[in-house]
Design a protein around this ligand. Structure first.
Ligand code: PGA
Ligand code: ZN
Length: 391
Protein backbone atom coordinates (compact mmCIF):
# COMPACT_ATOMS: atom_id res chain seq x y z
CA UNK A 1 0.00 0.00 0.00
CA UNK A 2 1.16 3.46 -0.90
CA UNK A 3 0.46 6.52 1.26
CA UNK A 4 0.47 10.25 0.58
CA UNK A 5 3.74 11.77 1.80
CA UNK A 6 3.45 15.34 0.63
CA UNK A 7 1.06 17.70 -1.13
CA UNK A 8 2.28 20.95 -2.56
CA UNK A 9 0.30 23.57 -4.48
CA UNK A 10 1.78 26.31 -6.61
CA UNK A 11 0.72 28.91 -9.16
CA UNK A 12 1.09 28.41 -12.90
CA UNK A 13 -0.20 30.44 -15.86
CA UNK A 14 -3.10 29.11 -17.90
CA UNK A 15 -3.55 29.50 -21.67
CA UNK A 16 -5.09 32.97 -21.21
CA UNK A 17 -2.13 34.27 -19.20
CA UNK A 18 -4.16 34.04 -16.00
CA UNK A 19 -2.81 32.37 -12.86
CA UNK A 20 -4.21 29.03 -11.78
CA UNK A 21 -3.31 26.20 -9.41
CA UNK A 22 -1.11 23.15 -9.91
CA UNK A 23 -0.92 20.43 -7.26
CA UNK A 24 1.94 17.99 -6.80
CA UNK A 25 1.52 14.88 -4.72
CA UNK A 26 4.28 12.52 -3.66
CA UNK A 27 3.90 9.16 -1.98
CA UNK A 28 6.10 7.19 0.37
CA UNK A 29 6.80 4.77 -2.49
CA UNK A 30 8.49 7.52 -4.51
CA UNK A 31 5.62 8.39 -6.86
CA UNK A 32 5.40 12.06 -7.87
CA UNK A 33 2.43 13.34 -9.89
CA UNK A 34 0.98 16.73 -10.77
CA UNK A 35 -2.39 17.95 -12.01
CA UNK A 36 -3.66 21.44 -12.63
CA UNK A 37 -6.94 23.29 -12.62
CA UNK A 38 -8.58 24.79 -15.72
CA UNK A 39 -10.94 27.76 -15.55
CA UNK A 40 -13.76 29.23 -17.61
CA UNK A 41 -14.52 32.61 -19.17
CA UNK A 42 -18.16 32.06 -20.01
CA UNK A 43 -19.23 30.41 -16.78
CA UNK A 44 -22.54 29.26 -15.33
CA UNK A 45 -23.72 30.90 -12.10
CA UNK A 46 -24.08 27.53 -10.36
CA UNK A 47 -20.45 26.52 -10.77
CA UNK A 48 -18.42 25.75 -7.66
CA UNK A 49 -16.62 28.87 -6.46
CA UNK A 50 -13.04 29.62 -7.48
CA UNK A 51 -10.96 31.56 -4.94
CA UNK A 52 -7.86 33.63 -5.73
CA UNK A 53 -4.94 31.32 -6.64
CA UNK A 54 -2.81 32.40 -3.66
CA UNK A 55 -5.72 31.71 -1.30
CA UNK A 56 -6.28 28.29 -2.91
CA UNK A 57 -2.59 27.48 -2.57
CA UNK A 58 -2.52 28.37 1.12
CA UNK A 59 -5.68 26.31 1.64
CA UNK A 60 -4.07 23.25 0.04
CA UNK A 61 -0.77 23.62 1.89
CA UNK A 62 -2.11 24.64 5.30
CA UNK A 63 -5.60 23.11 5.61
CA UNK A 64 -5.97 20.17 3.20
CA UNK A 65 -2.48 18.67 3.28
CA UNK A 66 -2.31 18.02 7.07
CA UNK A 67 -5.52 15.98 6.87
CA UNK A 68 -4.47 13.85 3.89
CA UNK A 69 -0.85 12.97 4.58
CA UNK A 70 -0.60 9.30 5.51
CA UNK A 71 -3.79 8.29 3.67
CA UNK A 72 -3.90 5.80 0.81
CA UNK A 73 -4.55 7.72 -2.46
CA UNK A 74 -6.74 4.80 -3.61
CA UNK A 75 -9.35 6.00 -1.11
CA UNK A 76 -10.71 8.63 -3.49
CA UNK A 77 -14.22 8.72 -2.03
CA UNK A 78 -12.94 9.17 1.51
CA UNK A 79 -10.40 11.83 0.52
CA UNK A 80 -12.95 13.85 -1.46
CA UNK A 81 -15.35 13.59 1.48
CA UNK A 82 -12.71 14.88 3.91
CA UNK A 83 -12.18 17.91 1.66
CA UNK A 84 -15.93 18.53 1.38
CA UNK A 85 -16.21 18.46 5.16
CA UNK A 86 -13.21 20.72 5.63
CA UNK A 87 -14.86 23.17 3.26
CA UNK A 88 -18.33 22.80 4.74
CA UNK A 89 -20.12 25.04 2.20
CA UNK A 90 -22.52 23.94 -0.58
CA UNK A 91 -20.48 25.74 -3.27
CA UNK A 92 -16.89 25.11 -2.04
CA UNK A 93 -16.48 28.83 -1.40
CA UNK A 94 -14.43 28.38 1.79
CA UNK A 95 -11.48 26.38 0.44
CA UNK A 96 -12.17 27.07 -3.24
CA UNK A 97 -13.09 24.58 -5.96
CA UNK A 98 -9.67 25.27 -7.49
CA UNK A 99 -7.92 24.12 -4.30
CA UNK A 100 -10.08 21.01 -3.87
CA UNK A 101 -10.05 19.95 -7.52
CA UNK A 102 -6.28 20.14 -7.91
CA UNK A 103 -5.88 17.76 -4.98
CA UNK A 104 -8.74 15.49 -6.03
CA UNK A 105 -7.32 14.96 -9.53
CA UNK A 106 -3.73 14.49 -8.37
CA UNK A 107 -4.84 11.95 -5.73
CA UNK A 108 -6.36 9.77 -8.47
CA UNK A 109 -3.26 10.09 -10.62
CA UNK A 110 -1.11 9.01 -7.67
CA UNK A 111 -3.42 6.04 -7.04
CA UNK A 112 -3.22 5.00 -10.70
CA UNK A 113 0.58 5.17 -10.59
CA UNK A 114 0.65 3.17 -7.34
CA UNK A 115 -1.56 0.53 -8.99
CA UNK A 116 0.77 0.62 -12.04
CA UNK A 117 -2.22 1.34 -14.26
CA UNK A 118 -2.62 3.96 -17.00
CA UNK A 119 -4.85 6.75 -15.66
CA UNK A 120 -7.80 5.90 -17.95
CA UNK A 121 -7.83 2.29 -16.75
CA UNK A 122 -7.73 3.28 -13.11
CA UNK A 123 -10.48 5.88 -13.64
CA UNK A 124 -12.52 3.28 -15.50
CA UNK A 125 -12.48 0.89 -12.54
CA UNK A 126 -13.27 3.75 -10.16
CA UNK A 127 -16.16 4.81 -12.40
CA UNK A 128 -17.58 1.29 -12.50
CA UNK A 129 -17.24 1.09 -8.73
CA UNK A 130 -19.00 4.43 -8.14
CA UNK A 131 -21.73 3.76 -10.72
CA UNK A 132 -22.30 0.03 -10.36
CA UNK A 133 -22.11 -0.08 -14.17
CA UNK A 134 -19.85 -2.19 -16.35
CA UNK A 135 -18.49 0.34 -18.85
CA UNK A 136 -15.52 -0.48 -21.07
CA UNK A 137 -13.00 2.27 -21.91
CA UNK A 138 -13.84 3.82 -25.30
CA UNK A 139 -12.26 6.50 -27.47
CA UNK A 140 -14.44 9.62 -27.92
CA UNK A 141 -14.75 11.56 -31.16
CA UNK A 142 -13.20 15.05 -30.99
CA UNK A 143 -15.68 17.94 -30.96
CA UNK A 144 -13.48 20.72 -32.33
CA UNK A 145 -14.22 24.42 -32.43
CA UNK A 146 -13.52 26.09 -35.80
CA UNK A 147 -14.99 29.57 -35.33
CA UNK A 148 -15.42 31.40 -32.04
CA UNK A 149 -17.45 34.39 -30.93
CA UNK A 150 -19.14 35.73 -27.81
CA UNK A 151 -16.94 35.90 -24.71
CA UNK A 152 -14.22 33.88 -26.44
CA UNK A 153 -13.57 36.56 -29.07
CA UNK A 154 -13.20 40.33 -28.91
CA UNK A 155 -16.16 42.73 -28.72
CA UNK A 156 -18.47 42.95 -31.69
CA UNK A 157 -17.84 39.51 -33.14
CA UNK A 158 -20.38 36.71 -33.51
CA UNK A 159 -22.96 36.29 -30.81
CA UNK A 160 -22.77 32.47 -30.92
CA UNK A 161 -19.72 31.34 -28.93
CA UNK A 162 -18.65 28.20 -30.81
CA UNK A 163 -19.09 26.65 -34.25
CA UNK A 164 -17.86 23.06 -34.02
CA UNK A 165 -16.96 20.10 -36.21
CA UNK A 166 -17.36 16.61 -34.76
CA UNK A 167 -14.96 14.40 -36.65
CA UNK A 168 -11.60 12.68 -36.56
CA UNK A 169 -8.56 14.67 -35.53
CA UNK A 170 -7.16 14.33 -39.04
CA UNK A 171 -10.30 15.74 -40.68
CA UNK A 172 -10.51 18.47 -38.06
CA UNK A 173 -6.97 19.57 -38.86
CA UNK A 174 -7.77 19.67 -42.57
CA UNK A 175 -10.94 21.70 -42.11
CA UNK A 176 -9.20 24.19 -39.76
CA UNK A 177 -6.36 24.73 -42.26
CA UNK A 178 -8.74 25.05 -45.22
CA UNK A 179 -10.77 27.57 -43.28
CA UNK A 180 -7.59 29.53 -42.57
CA UNK A 181 -6.79 29.72 -46.29
CA UNK A 182 -10.35 30.73 -47.16
CA UNK A 183 -10.54 33.42 -44.47
CA UNK A 184 -7.24 34.86 -45.67
CA UNK A 185 -8.47 34.86 -49.28
CA UNK A 186 -11.70 36.63 -48.31
CA UNK A 187 -9.83 39.14 -46.12
CA UNK A 188 -11.81 38.12 -43.07
CA UNK A 189 -8.78 37.80 -40.82
CA UNK A 190 -7.31 34.82 -39.01
CA UNK A 191 -7.13 36.04 -35.45
CA UNK A 192 -7.88 33.33 -32.93
CA UNK A 193 -10.26 33.03 -30.00
CA UNK A 194 -9.42 31.57 -26.59
CA UNK A 195 -9.73 27.97 -27.78
CA UNK A 196 -7.83 28.22 -31.08
CA UNK A 197 -10.84 28.80 -33.37
CA UNK A 198 -10.94 31.74 -35.82
CA UNK A 199 -12.79 34.93 -34.90
CA UNK A 200 -13.68 36.59 -38.23
CA UNK A 201 -15.92 39.66 -38.21
CA UNK A 202 -19.02 38.42 -39.99
CA UNK A 203 -22.25 40.19 -40.78
CA UNK A 204 -24.39 37.32 -39.59
CA UNK A 205 -23.60 34.39 -37.31
CA UNK A 206 -24.89 32.06 -39.99
CA UNK A 207 -22.02 33.12 -42.25
CA UNK A 208 -19.77 31.10 -39.94
CA UNK A 209 -21.78 27.97 -40.74
CA UNK A 210 -21.52 28.73 -44.45
CA UNK A 211 -17.73 29.15 -44.24
CA UNK A 212 -17.29 25.89 -42.32
CA UNK A 213 -19.56 23.95 -44.68
CA UNK A 214 -17.58 25.32 -47.62
CA UNK A 215 -14.29 24.19 -46.06
CA UNK A 216 -15.73 20.73 -45.34
CA UNK A 217 -16.90 20.44 -48.90
CA UNK A 218 -13.59 21.60 -50.37
CA UNK A 219 -11.79 18.95 -48.32
CA UNK A 220 -13.97 16.31 -49.98
CA UNK A 221 -15.75 15.53 -46.71
CA UNK A 222 -19.47 15.00 -46.34
CA UNK A 223 -21.62 16.41 -43.54
CA UNK A 224 -23.31 13.74 -41.44
CA UNK A 225 -21.16 11.09 -43.09
CA UNK A 226 -17.70 11.93 -41.82
CA UNK A 227 -18.27 15.30 -40.12
CA UNK A 228 -21.09 16.53 -37.92
CA UNK A 229 -21.80 20.18 -37.13
CA UNK A 230 -22.31 21.60 -33.67
CA UNK A 231 -23.00 24.94 -32.02
CA UNK A 232 -22.41 26.20 -28.50
CA UNK A 233 -24.64 29.24 -28.35
CA UNK A 234 -23.66 29.90 -24.68
CA UNK A 235 -27.16 31.26 -24.11
CA UNK A 236 -26.21 33.00 -20.86
CA UNK A 237 -24.45 35.56 -23.03
CA UNK A 238 -26.15 35.31 -26.45
CA UNK A 239 -29.91 35.65 -26.43
CA UNK A 240 -31.82 33.75 -29.09
CA UNK A 241 -35.50 32.86 -29.09
CA UNK A 242 -36.90 29.36 -29.44
CA UNK A 243 -37.98 30.20 -33.01
CA UNK A 244 -34.56 31.60 -33.95
CA UNK A 245 -32.79 28.45 -32.79
CA UNK A 246 -35.33 26.13 -34.37
CA UNK A 247 -35.18 27.97 -37.67
CA UNK A 248 -31.36 27.60 -37.73
CA UNK A 249 -31.68 23.90 -36.94
CA UNK A 250 -34.17 23.53 -39.77
CA UNK A 251 -32.04 25.35 -42.33
CA UNK A 252 -28.65 23.85 -41.47
CA UNK A 253 -27.59 20.26 -40.79
CA UNK A 254 -26.74 20.96 -37.15
CA UNK A 255 -26.32 17.85 -35.03
CA UNK A 256 -25.41 19.21 -31.61
CA UNK A 257 -26.75 22.29 -29.88
CA UNK A 258 -25.20 23.34 -26.59
CA UNK A 259 -26.76 25.91 -24.25
CA UNK A 260 -29.19 27.42 -26.80
CA UNK A 261 -30.78 29.35 -23.94
CA UNK A 262 -29.76 30.81 -20.60
CA UNK A 263 -29.32 28.57 -17.58
CA UNK A 264 -32.70 29.35 -16.01
CA UNK A 265 -34.88 29.13 -19.10
CA UNK A 266 -35.85 25.53 -18.38
CA UNK A 267 -39.19 25.84 -20.17
CA UNK A 268 -37.70 27.09 -23.42
CA UNK A 269 -35.24 24.17 -23.35
CA UNK A 270 -38.12 21.72 -22.99
CA UNK A 271 -40.03 23.46 -25.77
CA UNK A 272 -37.03 23.27 -28.13
CA UNK A 273 -36.52 19.60 -27.31
CA UNK A 274 -40.13 18.89 -28.36
CA UNK A 275 -39.66 20.88 -31.56
CA UNK A 276 -36.41 19.03 -32.39
CA UNK A 277 -38.16 15.69 -31.80
CA UNK A 278 -40.62 16.68 -34.52
CA UNK A 279 -37.81 17.14 -37.06
CA UNK A 280 -37.28 13.36 -36.86
CA UNK A 281 -33.55 13.46 -37.11
CA UNK A 282 -30.67 12.65 -34.82
CA UNK A 283 -29.71 15.54 -32.54
CA UNK A 284 -27.97 16.33 -29.31
CA UNK A 285 -29.31 19.09 -27.07
CA UNK A 286 -26.56 19.63 -24.50
CA UNK A 287 -26.67 21.42 -21.17
CA UNK A 288 -23.44 23.08 -20.05
CA UNK A 289 -24.22 26.19 -17.97
CA UNK A 290 -27.70 24.66 -17.56
CA UNK A 291 -26.34 21.74 -15.50
CA UNK A 292 -22.83 22.87 -14.44
CA UNK A 293 -21.94 19.20 -13.74
CA UNK A 294 -24.20 19.51 -10.68
CA UNK A 295 -26.25 16.46 -9.67
CA UNK A 296 -29.30 18.37 -8.44
CA UNK A 297 -29.48 20.54 -11.52
CA UNK A 298 -28.95 17.56 -13.79
CA UNK A 299 -31.69 15.55 -12.06
CA UNK A 300 -34.11 18.43 -12.53
CA UNK A 301 -33.40 18.61 -16.27
CA UNK A 302 -33.30 14.84 -16.76
CA UNK A 303 -36.68 14.36 -15.06
CA UNK A 304 -38.28 16.96 -17.30
CA UNK A 305 -36.50 15.78 -20.49
CA UNK A 306 -35.20 19.29 -21.09
CA UNK A 307 -32.13 18.00 -22.96
CA UNK A 308 -30.46 14.73 -23.98
CA UNK A 309 -26.81 15.62 -23.42
CA UNK A 310 -24.64 17.03 -20.66
CA UNK A 311 -21.24 18.73 -20.69
CA UNK A 312 -18.88 17.45 -18.01
CA UNK A 313 -16.32 19.93 -16.67
CA UNK A 314 -14.38 18.79 -13.62
CA UNK A 315 -13.92 22.30 -12.26
CA UNK A 316 -17.64 23.12 -12.43
CA UNK A 317 -18.17 20.72 -9.52
CA UNK A 318 -14.72 20.47 -7.94
CA UNK A 319 -14.10 16.81 -7.00
CA UNK A 320 -13.54 13.65 -9.01
CA UNK A 321 -16.08 11.65 -6.99
CA UNK A 322 -18.87 14.17 -7.67
CA UNK A 323 -17.89 14.28 -11.35
CA UNK A 324 -18.12 10.48 -11.64
CA UNK A 325 -21.46 10.51 -9.81
CA UNK A 326 -22.95 12.98 -12.27
CA UNK A 327 -21.62 11.00 -15.26
CA UNK A 328 -23.09 7.80 -13.78
CA UNK A 329 -26.48 9.47 -13.42
CA UNK A 330 -26.23 10.75 -17.01
CA UNK A 331 -25.42 7.28 -18.38
CA UNK A 332 -28.31 5.76 -16.41
CA UNK A 333 -30.66 8.47 -17.71
CA UNK A 334 -29.63 7.75 -21.33
CA UNK A 335 -28.00 11.14 -21.67
CA UNK A 336 -24.92 11.55 -23.86
CA UNK A 337 -22.13 13.03 -21.76
CA UNK A 338 -19.41 15.13 -23.33
CA UNK A 339 -16.23 15.61 -21.31
CA UNK A 340 -14.97 19.15 -21.90
CA UNK A 341 -12.04 21.49 -21.41
CA UNK A 342 -12.34 25.15 -20.34
CA UNK A 343 -11.31 28.26 -22.24
CA UNK A 344 -8.51 28.69 -19.68
CA UNK A 345 -6.50 25.49 -20.03
CA UNK A 346 -3.19 24.02 -18.99
CA UNK A 347 -1.05 21.25 -20.44
CA UNK A 348 -2.80 18.69 -18.24
CA UNK A 349 -4.39 15.88 -20.29
CA UNK A 350 -6.49 14.51 -17.42
CA UNK A 351 -9.80 15.05 -19.26
CA UNK A 352 -8.70 12.78 -22.13
CA UNK A 353 -8.26 9.88 -19.72
CA UNK A 354 -11.52 10.75 -17.99
CA UNK A 355 -13.39 10.76 -21.31
CA UNK A 356 -12.01 7.34 -22.27
CA UNK A 357 -12.61 5.93 -18.77
CA UNK A 358 -16.29 6.85 -18.81
CA UNK A 359 -16.80 6.07 -22.53
CA UNK A 360 -17.73 9.67 -23.27
CA UNK A 361 -18.99 9.78 -26.84
CA UNK A 362 -17.24 13.08 -27.56
CA UNK A 363 -14.31 15.06 -26.18
CA UNK A 364 -14.58 18.81 -26.46
CA UNK A 365 -11.10 20.29 -26.31
CA UNK A 366 -11.06 23.28 -28.65
CA UNK A 367 -9.56 23.68 -32.10
CA UNK A 368 -7.05 21.28 -33.66
CA UNK A 369 -4.59 24.09 -32.94
CA UNK A 370 -2.96 25.56 -29.80
CA UNK A 371 -0.77 23.16 -27.85
CA UNK A 372 -2.91 23.05 -24.70
CA UNK A 373 -5.85 21.83 -26.86
CA UNK A 374 -4.02 19.52 -29.25
CA UNK A 375 -2.13 17.78 -26.44
CA UNK A 376 -5.46 16.41 -25.16
CA UNK A 377 -6.51 15.10 -28.59
CA UNK A 378 -3.06 13.59 -29.03
CA UNK A 379 -3.40 11.86 -25.67
CA UNK A 380 -6.53 10.20 -27.11
CA UNK A 381 -4.43 8.87 -29.97
CA UNK A 382 -1.90 7.52 -27.54
CA UNK A 383 -4.61 5.72 -25.56
CA UNK A 384 -6.25 4.49 -28.77
CA UNK A 385 -2.96 2.95 -29.80
CA UNK A 386 -2.76 1.22 -26.45
CA UNK A 387 -6.29 -0.04 -26.86
CA UNK A 388 -5.54 -1.10 -30.41
CA UNK A 389 -8.16 1.17 -31.95
CA UNK A 390 -8.18 4.27 -34.14
CA UNK A 391 -9.28 7.83 -33.41
P1 PGA B 1 -15.66 28.52 -20.74
O1 PGA B 1 -16.62 28.15 -21.95
O2 PGA B 1 -14.67 27.46 -20.53
O3 PGA B 1 -15.10 29.84 -21.16
O4 PGA B 1 -16.59 28.68 -19.55
C1 PGA B 1 -16.65 26.94 -22.59
C2 PGA B 1 -18.07 26.55 -22.92
O5 PGA B 1 -19.01 27.33 -22.73
O6 PGA B 1 -18.27 25.42 -23.35
ZN1 ZN C 1 -20.59 25.68 -23.31
Amino acid sequence: MSTIKDIEARKILDSRGVETVEVRISTDSGIIVTDSVPSGTSTGSMEAVVVAPEVAINNVNDIIKPKLVGLNPAEQGKIDQIMLELDGTPDKSKLGANAILGVSLAVSRAAAAAAKMPLYRYLNSLFNLVSGLDIKPAIPTPMMVMIEGGKHASEGQNCIQEFLCITSLENGGKIWNRLKRNLTRENLGVTLGLEGGFTPKLEYDEDALRLIMEAINEEGLVINENVKLGLDIAGNHCQMSHDDVLSMAERYPIYSLEDPFAENEWQTWGQLKNSLDQLHREYLLIGDDLFTTNLQRFEKGADNFDANGIIIKVNQVGTLTETLTVIAKAVKSNFTHVVSHRSGETMDTYISDLAVATASKFLKSGAPFATERVIKYNRLREIAQELGKNT
